[in-house]
Write a protein that binds this ligand. Structure first.
Ligand SMILES: Nc1nc2c(ncn2[C@@H]2O[C@H](COP(=O)(O)OP(=O)(O)OP(=O)(O)O)[C@@H](O)[C@H]2O)c(=O)[nH]1
Ligand SMILES: [Mg+2]
Length: 302
């Protein structure tokens, strides 16, 4: 894998694609790369998650943003996390929105798109996404986007891998802001109310701003966009490129990262499988199992 790694780091896309597959399949863990730098107050993000309900127009919007950035000379890669269950609303696997940026010869050398099928991948998807994003950065991509459907714990963790989180919403559906969305809205550094060409977008933007204001200071900005019609896309592209981390989102993000990292340390512990066997056999209880997985392979506390 050494030669291939050198080629990938040197900018060879095929070698990079093969190594991304190896990461996805659990055959390659790019341990030589430091984990994502802890996002601080600095303006310059490297990994941004774009998340929201199925079908709100994330892919169309991301395509438009990538086109805008690549046109300005930014090298941007996208990891699109495909949901593992069939659903209604958004596009199903194999029926995805065409990414026009990839086919545009004027910018295609500054754009890379890769999907991650959560169904087929082994192991924890957020960890795979984190490793793949770190690897893309190491291969010279300046900005990495992660498109993920924002429902469920695993998807939340995929978003928390990023230094910045963009939550994409659709127009109001008349049911206000549901509690199930709270976890996601808490992670937002900015909210884009998309499909602004449709009725209810402005109303929903108002609802969101009100609900953030009720929660106190440091509310994320709420912008209206339509990826399909190009409304507000140039403004959003500019705002996003220099987006600052919101304090409240930062805390929620760090909480999710801490939990994900804890999971990683358990799952990658050399005794992990043995401890699972012992749990099944009843020779260990859960607390003993956790204690076993706290130290390194030599039993030292880590
Ligand atoms: N009216 C309108 N429709 C849009 C807009 N953006 C996307 N759509 C349509 O909404 C549908 C879903 O768009 P996608 O970009 O695939 O949405 P998504 O959020 O990526 O969907 P999933 O990845 O499947 O969750 C498609 O039929 C798009 O043509 C928009 O700004 N306005
Ligand atoms: Mg999509």
């Amino acid at each position: 894998m050494g030669d291939e790694l050198q080629q990938a780091l040197g900018g060879d896309r095929r070698a990079m694609a093969r190594l991304l597959s190896a990461i996805e399949n659990g055959d390659f863990t790019p341990q030589q790369f430091p984990s994502m730098p802890a996002a601080t107050e600095e303006d310059h993000w490297q990994v941004m998650a774009v998340t929201g309900a199925p079908g709100v127009g994330k892919s169309v919007l991301v395509d438009a943003l990538m086109t805008a950035w690549a046109t300005e000379g930014v090298r941007v890669a996208l990891l699109a996390v495909d949901p593992s269950s069939p659903r209604t609303g958004g596009a199903l696997l194999g029926d995805r929105v065409r990414m026009t940026s990839v086919d545009n010869p004027a910018i295609s050398n500054r754009v890379y798109v890769r999907s991650i099928a959560t169904r087929s991948s082994s192991g924890s998807v957020p960890l795979i996404v984190e490793d793949m994003a770190a690897f893309l950065l190491a291969c010279g991509w300046e900005r990495v986007l992660i498109e993920t459907v924002g429902s469920g714990q695993a998807e939340l963790r995929c978003a928390a891998v990023a230094d910045r989180i963009v939550v994409v919403e659709g127009p109001a559906r008349g049911d206000g802001i549901q509690a199930e969305k709270a976890g996601l809205l808490e992670l937002a550094d900015i909210v884009l109310v998309n499909k602004a060409d449709l009725e209810g977008a402005e109303r929903h933007a108002g609802e969101l701003m009100e609900s953030y204001a009720l929660d106190g200071e440091d509310s994320p900005q709420v912008l209206l966009t339509s990826g399909l019609k190009g409304l507000g896309v140039a403004e959003a592209a500019q705002a996003l490129l220099s987006l600052k981390s919101s304090g409240r989102a930062q805390r929620a993000r760090m909480r999710e990262r801490l939990l994900a990292q804890h999971e990683r340390s358990l799952v990658h512990h050399p005794a992990y499988n043995g401890v699972l066997d012992a749990l099944c056999e009843g020779t260990l209880d859960i607390n003993e199992a956790l204690n076993h997985l706290k130290g390194d392979e030599n039993g030292r506390a880590s």
